[in-house]
Ligand binder design. Sequence first.
Ligand SMILES: Cc1cc2nc3c(=O)[nH]c(=O)nc-3n(C[C@H](O)[C@H](O)[C@H](O)COP(=O)(O)OP(=O)(O)OC[C@H]3O[C@@H](n4cnc5c(N)ncnc54)[C@H](O)[C@@H]3O)c2cc1C
Length: 432
Amino acid sequence: MMAAGRAAECGAQVLLLEKNRRLGEKLRITGGGRCNVTNATFDRHLLTSRYGDQGKSLHSLFARFTPENMREFLRRYDLETKVEAEQRVFPVTDSAESVHRVLSRYMKDGGVTVRTATPVHELLPGQVDQGGKHLVPGVETGRGEIIRGRTIILATGGTSHPETGSTGDAYPWLRELGLHAHDVDVSLVPIQVPDRWITVLQGLAMVDAGLIVEQYANSALTPNSGLPVRDHAAWANAKRVLVRRGKLLFTHFGLSGPLALNAARDLRALAADGPVRLRVDLMPARSEDQLRKDIQEAIGAAGGTLLKTLLKQWLPPRLVSAVCELCELDPQIRLAGLSRTQRQRLGETIKGLPCSFGGLMGTDRAVVSSGGLDPASVDFRTMQVRDFSNLYVLGDLIDFNRQSGGYSLQICWASGWVAGSHVGLLAGTSGP
Ligand SMILES: Cc1cc2nc3c(=O)[nH]c(=O)nc-3n(C[C@H](O)[C@H](O)[C@H](O)COP(=O)(O)OP(=O)(O)OC[C@H]3O[C@@H](n4cnc5c(N)ncnc54)[C@H](O)[C@@H]3O)c2cc1C
């Protein structure tokens, strides 16, 4: 939508083919319906560092279209934005629909022709132009219709949430053209925790939690080879291999929210090396020592206080019950009645609720997929596929490791804008 609108604004005649009945189904569900539209990270080096090792290749793209440019673009259509935690940018309307409306108006203003319910079936066989570069003369739709175009922009997305239309259709097309597309897998995806107690926490969001991954020393064991996650002695020699902090959401199947999504890719790799268990730190701002002292002080100040009364000062009520259950402590016990071992177990549990790792959820739950077209095949100054004179790619179709926080959409806007600008520019010149 961005690429089509921009190309039209720059003077190209644009036809947008969409297989769904409506455009932008995935955009509508972004950010839980609020659309985390971009991230207000204005230092380009910092911004590109959020995309892993491949991020370096994005310098030229983000030099051409920054997060601030996206905010200005929305402002042009009277949609203001606000910056929330972790520099996440949202529309002030808290509505993804309002972002969708801006893009629709942008395309309408430029005179883009939109054909929905029109799946592209394949690209027409490549040719070689006079300059020795490859070119793709057009596409064939699912109805067998041949549509020729001077330039082709592919924006078919990745494979996450396939019900929105992103089913990885373009990967075989690109492979047929001799391009390298990495195998797809889920990337930003929730984590399964098959422990029964976690289901009662469904829907509970923690603004600040810690996620710790411990790996068992004996790699001969498989992740589910009967190591009880609650048996701290069995895990005593396990190594902390990942510690992160952020916003966490408990769900009926396990853990989601930015903290879980961002850890998923690393977690998958760690779990492949040996058994892991997760621990959720409910009070990451306090060290273990500090918490021990705080418990001790509470006992000294009012030993007759019930355990649940103390915990309610620190934790949401549902977590109070979960902590007591996991520590095997009666919430009605008086603080003075806690033994040394019980106090220690309480502190350990608050600083790391033990959770079994049951694997990652599937593409239907993933925010983005990993894999896709190798960024090395793309010229990010124009979004043209290298060695092709008229083929452009953008968005989730390209393989980038990225964090949750508006970084995915920032690539989409920037690559759409840059591709559209270049195509629009070419529209005024003679070419294929
Ligand atoms: C639940 C969820 C929440 C998210 N929230 C955020 C967020 O808040 N912030 C953020 O930055 N990112 C978020 N993302 C990621 C973001 O939505 C994607 O990065 C972005 O939508 C990718 O845009 P795209 O244009 O590359 O592909 P898509 O949005 O996947 O669009 C591809 C389009 O191409 C169409 N298509 C596919 N194949 C064909 C074909 N053969 N013929 C014709 N049309 C075809 C599809 O129907 C679809 O409309 C979220 C993702 C999900 C799943």
